[in-house]
Design a protein. Sequence first.
Length: 321
Amino acid sequence: MPGRRETDHGGGRSLPVMTVRIGFVGSVESSGLGEAVGALVPPGTSFEILTVAEATTLIAGGELMVLIVAADGPAWRDTVKLLLDNSIAGESRPLAVFALVPRDDPAALVKAFELHVADVAGLPIDPHEVRARLAALVRRRQVAFAKAAETRAAWRMAVIDPVTGLYNRHHLDSTLPAAIDSARAGGRPLALLMIDLDALKPFNDRWGHAAGDRVLRSVADALLSRARVADTVARYGGDGIVVVMPDTDLATAREIATGLVGLVGETRISRIGDWQAGVTVSIGMATLNDRDTDAQALLERADEALYAAKRAGRNRVAEAA
């Protein structure tokens, strides 16, 4: 979550400041304990006393970063396990559980760590202990979240085309062979669309490459709006786009491709100069067959079909032989 930045004086790096949402779950009788713990959370965090049902909902939505669970009732082990089992929430903001366990029950301490809680403090609480442990835990969560965000950003730079927001050629080169292997291993169909914008050069010549990039982005957005979860939509190079469609037979691919031609033809690009621009695409379609020895062979057949669509007048679909 972007925002102001603070300095990690221990490591000399800057991390994004984010609001850490902390929840507290305890027994019915522990509302006073919850209020006492709430007074000890680090500055800049939010704190709320929750029921198990409320905590479960927030965890499932990835909205809690830290959950404090008071082991002051007979069912606390089941409560912790339930909440941790539901913390399959987001990879970007995994849940950390902070357990409060009876000081005179060593078995409770062992059980808490067996349940993979992030940290533990004793009951009755020592305010200094809880404040220090919570501050350290929140800080670790912030560092982990920042590192996860950096990893996602690096991944995007490696596989996403910056102009269109589609996958790039490098990603296509790694995923298409895998898609072919998977289709053949399972005896399932696979279709590939080779899409090319018709007459993009006049946009670039008249309005400049920035206008051409806007056209590409608009077409990419239109294609993504129809893409299925399993499809891979990638910029192949220049104004070429490839769509890899697993579990798609010839008839389905034909229907999808025809629909994409119509969709793009109806798309209006944001104003370029003093007029509202439109664009069309030609599509070459190929389905995987025994003659496709590798990914390149499938791409070449789709490319040949694309040029057939161009020669036939553009703004249409042609099927590979």
